[in-house]
Design a protein around this ligand. Structure first.
Ligand code: GLA
Length: 393
C-alpha cells in the first residue's frame, strides 16, 4: 500500500498498520455514446488511471467516519440513521451508498475511512461514480466477511447500487454508464455496453501509433444544476410521441435511424425532436465505432467521434463555449483524427485521438489557443484504459 497514504491514515485515526486496507475505483472517459445510457442505448467508456482510493479499518463504533486527503471536512455517519445525511456538502455520496446497501440487505460495518481522490472533481470524468463504487465495494466486502460469504463482490451489482444511490440520495437522475465503467473497467480495454440489457463486451483500446488525450477545459460542471434532468425528460416525452408509430419501442434506442426518419414528424416540439435525433443517431454511431475498431479503421472511428460532438453541440445542446473551442482547436492539429466532449457536458473534458508524434505539439498548441480564446488554462492527460474497482493488497 502507498506508504504516504498509510501514514496519513494512522496520523488521523491512530493504531497500527496491521488491520488497514485499501480499495480503489477509477474515473472514466467515454469514447463515444453520450446521453444514450438513460435511453437504453449503447456507450463505450474506459476506466482511467485517475481513481478514488479508500484507506480503511473496521471498528466497532457504530459509525462510519470519513475524512479526505484534500479536504478539511470530517464526517461521522451513524449506521442506524443513514437516511439523514442527504444535505451533507461532502460525504453525501458515501452516505447514499451505505444507505442503499443497507436497504438491500448488506450488513453495514463500522469503519474509519480516509478518501484519496485523483479524479479531477466536477470535470466530467465521473469523480462521483468513482467515490460511490469504491465505497460500495468496501462496504460489500466487509458485509460478505461478516456473513461468511466467500465469493467475490458482484461488481455489476455494485454499479447498480451506486447508481441507485446517486438517483435516490443525491437527486441526479443519471444512467448506469459511469458506475458500470468504474466497477468493470479493464486494462487496455474499453467497454461496449448495452445499457438496456447490461450485456457488455471488452474491446481493445490500444491504438497503434496513436494516443488518447483527455483535455480538461477547467470549466466546472454540476450535473444537478445543469440541464441533465431536463434532457432526460425531453427524451421521455419524445419517446411517448414516437410510440404512436412504434408502440413496442420501450426506449429511444429501440428505434432505428430509418424508423426515426419515418416517424419523427410525430414529435410535435422541435426541441424534443432534435434531442431524440441525437440519441437515435448516436446509438448508431457507437455500433459503427465498434465495427471500425474491429476492422482497424481508426480514422473512421475518429470521424464518428467528431460527428458525435457536433450532434451534442447542435442537437442536444450540452457543449458550450469551452468544450466547443477546445474541440475546434484540437481538430486543427495535424495528427488529431477525432475529438469530442465526454461525459454529461456543459464543461468538463474532451477526448481526442492524436498521432504519437503530434502529442507534444497538440498539448502545447491546443493549450495556448484555448487559453487565448477562453481565458481558461486547460490541462491535458495522456490516458490509457485501466482496471475497475478492486482491493489493493
Ligand atoms: C453523466 C451521467 C451518465 C451519462 C453521461 C452522458 O456522466 O452520469 O449516466 O448519462 O452523463 O452520457
Amino acid at each position: 500500500m502507498n506508504q504516504e497514504l498509510l501514514t496519513k491514515f494512522l496520523a488521523l485515526y491512530g493504531g497500527d498498520a496491521s488491520d488497514v486496507r485499501m480499495f480503489v475505483s477509477p474515473g472514466r472517459v467515454n469514447m463515444i455514446g453520450e446521453h444514450t445510457d438513460y435511453n437504453g442505448g449503447f456507450v463505450f467508456p474506459a476506466a482511467l488511471e485517475h481513481a478514488s482510493h479508500i484507506i480503511v479499518r473496521k471498528t466497532d463504533s457504530g459509525k462510519i467516519r470519513l475524512a479526505a486527503t484534500d479536504l478539511p471536512d470530517r464526517v461521522e455517519l451513524d449506521i442506524e440513521k443513514l437516511d439523514s445525511y442527504k444535505d451533507l456538502k461532502w460525504g453525501n455520496y458515501q452516505a447514499g451508498v451505505a444507505y442503499v446497501l443497507q436497504n438491500h440487505g448488506y450488513e453495514i460495518c463500522s469503519c474509519d475511512i480516509l478518501y484519496h481522490d485523483t479524479v479531477p472533481l466536477g470535470a466530467g470524468l465521473s469523480s462521483s461514480a468513482a467515490i460511490e463504487v469504491v465505497m460500495a465495494l468496501t462496504l460489500a466486502t466487509f458485509s460478505n466477511e461478516a456473513k461468511g460469504i466467500t465469493e467475490p463482490v458482484d461488481m455489476i451489482e455494485m454499479a447498480k447500487l451506486s447508481q441507485e444511490a446517486e438517483i435516490i440520495y443525491c437527486g441526479v437522475n443519471c444512467g448506469i454508464m459511469d458506475q458500470f465503467a468504474s466497477a468493470m473497467g479493464k486494462k487496455d480495454q474499453a467497454i461496449f455496453l448495452d445499457c438496456k440489457t447490461l450485456d457488455f463486451q471488452y474491446v481493445p483500446l490500444v491504438l497503434d501509433g496513436y494516443k488518447i488525450i483527455v483535455g480538461n477545459t477547467k470549466k466546472k460542471r454540476g450535473l444537478a444544476d445543469s440541464k441533465y434532468n431536463e434532457r432526460r425528460a425531453e427524451c421521455e416525452s419524445a419517446l411517448k410521441q414516437l410510440q404512436i408509430a412504434y408502440p413496442e419501442a420501450d426506449c429511444l434506442r429501440a428505434i432505428s435511424v430509418a424508423q426515426f426518419e419515418e416517424a419523427k414528424h410525430l414529435i410535435q416540439n422541435e426541441v424534443e425532436r432534435r434531442r431524440a435525433e441525437h440519441v437515435v443517431y448516436e446509438c448508431d454511431r457507437v455500433l459503427k465505432s465498434i465495427e471500425a475498431l474491429n476492422t482497424g479503421d481508426l480514422h473512421a472511428f475518429g470521424h464518428l467521434m467528431t460527428a458525435s460532438h457536433i450532434s451534442l453541440r447542435d442537437l442536444y445542446e450540452v457543449t458550450g463555449l469551452n468544450l466547443d473551442v477546445m474541440v475546434e482547436e484540437s481538430l486543427k492539429i495535424e495528427g488529431c483524427i477525432g475529438s469530442r466532449m465526454t461525459g454529461a457536458g456543459f464543461g468538463g473534458c474532451t477526448v481526442s485521438i492524436v498521432a504519437d508524434d503530434a502529442v507534444d505539439h497538440f498539448i502545447e498548441e491546443v493549450g495556448k489557443n484555448y487559453k487565448e480564446r477562453t481565458g481558461f488554462t486547460g490541462e491535458f492527460y495522456i490516458s490509457s484504459a485501466c482496471d475497475g474497482g478492486r482491493e489493493v493488497k
